[in-house]
Design a protein around this ligand. Structure first.
Ligand SMILES: O=C[C@H](O)COP(=O)(O)O
Length: 253
């Protein structure tokens, strides 16, 4: 079975003390995630090393960054490179979150470069895709998401592609309390898998975890994650509360 993943995206939230407390609560809960299930905590850059330290010894817990730059190193004040993240033993990097696309003008081509530099540094990208409300209302979501995949990912070969995770996040469901229905999520996830299968074959497509993101909470996680092509979630707001996130982790298939 492919990996089932509960990924927390803390976004730009929490001070050091709060981050520390949340990590402690998650570790102390001592949740045993078996076999193919895992948790990723994508924390702000200043807390990456703290998270690595705290999660040492917790099985199936991984640490992720929320972004990286397109270049290896150099005079790019304020940016963080994939090789720096690797040197801190970070495992995953979120690439192409809709907030990065919207507020920092990250195009599909910039994301193509970020994906490549992550793979070169043995970091696993969590590649985000998803449509706006306008696109959904025009019923053009499949075409829109397919273009995002084609322009940023589908240049990779089959071996490279096995090393990433995709997160489908309809923009209209992020932080709005408005969740895609489990059936809408399943429909898009199946479509993404079909696009992957056409390019890489069914074996590869079946091995890639596709997460759903957008107002996932303890109350709806089980239903959404229960769908056959939904392999867990990328969780924003609800990941900032330990007991809520623990219930989400426990809702993985
Ligand atoms: O990365 C997470 C997504 O943007 C979802 O955020 P949310 O769970 O607060 O809606």
């Amino acid at each position: 079975m492919r990996k089932q993943i509960a990924a927390a995206n803390w976004k730009m939230n929490l001070g050091l003390e709060e981050a520390n407390n949340l990590l402690d609560s998650l570790v102390q809960a001592n949740i045993e995630l078996s076999g193919d299930r895992e948790t990723v905590l994508a924390v702000p850059f200043p807390y990456l090393l703290l998270a690595k330290e705290k999660l040492k010894g917790s099985n199936n817990f991984y640490v992720g960054a929320q972004n990286c730059y397109t270049k290896e190193n150099g005079a790019f004040t304020g940016e963080i490179s994939a090789s720096m993240l690797k040197s801190c033993n970070v495992d995953y990097v979120i690439i192409g979150h809709s907030e990065r696309r919207e507020y920092f003008n990250e195009s599909n081509f910039i994301l193509f470069q970020k994906i490549d530099i992550c793979l070169k540094n043995n970091l696993k990208p969590i590649f985000c895709c998803g449509e706006s409300l306008t696109v959904r209302e025009a019923e053009a979501q499949n075409q829109y998401v397919e273009t995002q995949l084609k322009e940023s990912l589908l240049h990779l070969d089959a071996n490279e592609v096995r090393n990433f995770v995709i997160a489908y996040e309809p923009i209209w469901a992020i932080g709005t309390g408005k969740t895609a229905t489990a059936d809408q999520a399943q429909e898009m996830h199946a479509f993404i898998r079909k696009v992957l299968s056409e390019k890489y074959g069914d074996d590869v497509a079946q091995s890639i975890s596709i997460l759903y993101g957008g107002s996932v909470k303890a109350a709806n996680a089980k239903e959404i994650f229960g769908k056959p092509d939904v392999d867990g979630g990328l969780v924003g707001g609800a990941s900032l509360n330990a007991s809520e996130f623990i219930q989400i982790m426990q809702s993985l298939k």
